[in-house]
Design a protein around this ligand. Structure first.
Ligand SMILES: [Ca+2]
Ligand SMILES: [Ca+2]
Length: 194
């Protein structure tokens, strides 16, 4: 039930990001405030304060958290989140530095290179930030599973795979990717690319 609801919210986040890109010709920056306010954080020069943070849910008109009350982690590649310059089709193809693999151990596997990812830390919530009523937030404990650690370390690498458990180490993260191809196709259709 919680997984289904979280899955639905992730799908909606994916759609909302596409819609945002079509309207504004870029992806929003992450929300890096503490406590988060649901709005992107920009520097004076309009670049993102950080490429990774929380999904700016207010800006996208979404529910703030997953079904367990934790904010969604969000990373947008800088090619696609530049507010001052439109990305071109040529630049965008394969330009993303984000890499998503099915298993961090499988170094040979071909990584996906999405323009952005939205991630729920799952039922255990480890590595996430819990929303507490009254605008307060609470940082969850660090993950135990190596692939959950990979999803919480703030770098360019992520793991997307089915739930897994070995002893105390549980992998239950869920993520959605925004494909550059889909993004470009939608923007071309909406005549939002030069
Ligand atoms: Ca998790
Ligand atoms: Ca990582």
């Amino acid at each position: 039930q919680h997984y289904q609801q979280t899955e639905q919210r992730l799908q909606m986040a994916q759609q909302a990001l596409l819609g945002h890109a079509i309207i504004h010709h870029y992806l929003p920056c992450p929300d890096t405030d503490n406590p988060p306010d649901g709005w992107e954080n920009l520097r004076a020069d309009q670049s993102c304060v950080d490429e990774e943070g929380l999904l700016p849910w207010m800006q996208l008109g979404l529910v703030a958290t997953d079904a367990w009350g934790r904010y969604f982690r969000y990373r947008a590649d800088r090619t696609f989140s530049q507010h001052t310059q439109w990305f071109s089709v040529i630049d965008a193809e394969g330009a993303s530095n984000i890499q998503v693999v099915g298993d961090s151990g499988a170094a040979t596997s071909n990584p996906s290179r999405p323009a952005a990812i939205v991630l729920s830390h799952g039922e255990n919530g480890l590595g996430g930030i819990q929303s507490v009523s009254g605008g307060v937030s609470h940082t969850m404990a660090a993950p135990v599973h190596a692939d959950e650690q990979e999803n919480a370390d703030g770098d360019l690498f992520f793991v997307d795979k089915a739930r897994q458990q070995s002893g105390d180490a549980v992998f239950d993260d869920r993520l959605v990717m925004l494909s550059p191809k889909v993004l470009i196709q939608q923007m071309v259709q909406a005549q939002r690319l030069p």
